[in-house]
Structures are given as C-alpha cells and as structure tokens.
Design a protein around this ligand. Structure first.
Ligand SMILES: NC(=O)c1ccc[n+]([C@@H]2O[C@H](COP(=O)([O-])OP(=O)(O)OC[C@H]3O[C@@H](n4cnc5c(N)ncnc54)[C@H](OP(=O)(O)O)[C@@H]3O)[C@@H](O)[C@H]2O)c1
Length: 275
C-alpha cells in the first residue's frame, strides 16, 4: 500500500486520482481549502469501504505558512510518503495578493509547490521508489521568469500569471533534480492537456465563457489520471522526466528546461522564503 498525497484533490484531476488510488488500495491524503468538499470525499470513500485509507487536510496553500504547516503535519502523521502529486490551482482574472504579500497565483501554483516538494523530501526518501508529480504545463513554450516583478505588480493578466507559474514549475523540476539527483525521489512534470475539470477560479465574463468551452471540449478526467497513475506505480529511472498527454518528452531543450534559469530561480525563491 502506497501513501499518496494529492494537493487540489477535492476536484478535477486530483480528485479523479484520489478515487483511482483508493480503488487500487492505496492510502490517500487530500489537501484542499474547502473542508466541505473534503468531508464529502471522505464520506464517499467510507461508502466504498476505503474510509480508513482516506484522509483530508484543510489548508490554504496560497500561504507559505500553511504549506509549511502541512509539511510538518504530514511528516509527523505519516513518516514515510510514496508520492506527492501537485494539482492545486486557482485562476484569477483580477490580481490578488495573499496576506503574506505575494501575488496569489505565484504563491499557490509555484511557491507552495516549492515548499512542499523540498519540505517533504525527507519523508519521501524513506520510501522505496518515491515520486513527485507536478501537474502543470511542461512542453509548451512560455515567457521567461519576471525576475524584476514576479508578483505582477505591473501588467497583471490572469493567463500570463498562469503561464508564469507554469514556467516556474518547469524550472522547479529542473532545479529539484539537479539538487536531489543522488536521492531516490524522482521529479515528474506532467501536462495533462485540456481536461474537463472544475477549473477552480474567479473569472471575468469573457474568460468564463472561454473556460466553459474548454471544459465542454476537454477530455474526461480519467484520461488525464491514467498516465499519472502509471508514473506513481513505476516512476521513471531518471531524476527528472516530463510528459505531455501521456507521451514522454525530452528535458534537454534549454528553451523549455533552462538549467541556468532553474538554478537562479531556486536561489531567488530561497531568498524570498527566508524573509
Ligand atoms: N484541466 C486542464 O485542462 C488542465 C490543463 C493543463 C494543466 N492542468 C493542471 O492540472 C492541475 C489540476 O487541474 P484541474 O483542472 O484538475 O484542477 P481544478 O478542477 O481546477 O481543481 C483545483 C483544486 O485546487 C484547489 N485549490 C484552489 N485554491 C486552493 C488553495 N488556496 N489551497 C488549497 N487548494 C486550493 C481547489 O480546492 P478547494 O475548492 O478546496 O480550494 C480545487 O480542488 C493544475 O495544476 C492545472 O494547472 C489542467
């Protein structure tokens, strides 16, 4: 039985994966903001006879303090972890800042993934074949990191903020593998492609109608879940790998996986988090 932690497991791909893992006999720990959705998930697991293996931790992962609390709680409660799957996201048409002063998309979709990936490494290393699956958007060219204004104090745009966080996650994978390459934990970047999920967010009317269309045309969640389940069952041998809609892609193209930028972002993030 593996212990699988899934952020954003209340909805969409994370939820689909949580159900798949429970059916397969694993222990699942879902992290989400909504305690109501979490309770519904636990009640469903109970009905299917998997109640003892289902756990929910309520946390607002856009706060670094909350991500750190989750790291402490999971380490203390479970000791060893087999997989960490990062799915939490929230689209915002209008810029918002967290109580800690970070732009919300950057904080939730990148900073929390950095804190959880590195913070849970000790617990992951205790397992035989641990893996971190960062579900984001590898394989698609994205604009570079905004070194002077990562928090979009100027020129905020919801889509641009998402793509910026996506680039930061690609670089997080590169930097993680460079630093922990001699460890057991594999880092896997996954782009699921358009999938019919909840598309959690606060949208302006134009973006809302575009998202509705993507949702109608998106593939069913089960199709996005299958390749993630495969890498949890059999993590790739290499420290870093990337998949687009189930197809493995190379991670050597410097336009997509820039090692220098990855090292710079890791250092930049550590300085930011040390404040
Ligand atoms: N769907 C697609 O077409 C697509 C395409 C490419 C990449 N992806 C990537 O795939 C991953 C999963 O996407 P999805 O579409 O399946 O997600 P989704 O249905 O939009 O669900 C996102 C989840 O994130 C949680 N969340 C939001 N804010 C949070 C916060 N502050 N703290 C903790 N949890 C929070 C929400 O739970 P609460 O309501 O409990 O807050 C929700 O369960 C994302 O990383 C996304 O970027 C998706």
């Amino acid at each position: 039985m593996k212990t699988v932690v899934i952020t954003g497991g209340n909805d969409g791909i994370g939820r689909g994966l949580a159900q798949e893992r429970l059916e397969r006999g694993d222990r699942v720990v879902v992290i989400g903001r909504s305690a109501d959705k979490g309770q519904r998930l636990l009640a469903e697991a109970e009905k299917r006879g998997a109640g003892e293996r289902a756990h929910f931790v309520a946390a607002d992962l856009s706060l670094v303090g909350e991500s750190r609390r989750v790291v402490g709680e999971l380490t203390e409660t479970f000791g060893a972890l087999d997989a960490l799957v990062l799915c939490a996201r929230f689209f915002r048409s209008a810029r918002a800042e967290t109580a800690e002063g970070y732009e919300s998309t950057f904080a939730l979709e990148y900073l929390s993934r950095h804190v959880l990936s590195h913070g849970l490494t000790d617990a992951l290393e205790k397992s035989e074949s641990p893996v971190i699956v960062n579900v984001s958007g590898p394989g698609i060219p994205k604009p570079p990191i905004r070194w002077d204004d990562p928090h979009f104090r100027a020129g905020y745009d919801g889509l641009a903020a998402q793509r910026h966080a996506g680039m930061a996650n690609d670089l997080l994978g590169v930097a993680y593998a460079a630093r922990n390459g001699s460890g057991r934990t594999r880092y896997v970047l996954v782009n699921p492609g358009s999938t019919a999920t909840s598309f959690a967010g606060e949208y302006d009317p134009v973006t809302k109608s575009q998202v509705e269309m993507i949702r109608r045309m998106g593939k069913p969640v089960e199709q996005a879940v299958a390749p993630i389940a495969e890498v949890i069952d059999a993590p790739p041998a290499e420290p870093l790998s990337a998949f687009v809609e189930g197809q493995r892609i190379g991670v050597d193209d410097p336009r997509l996986f820039d090692r220098e930028a990855a090292a710079r972002l890791a250092e930049f993030t550590e300085r930011l988090l040390a404040r």
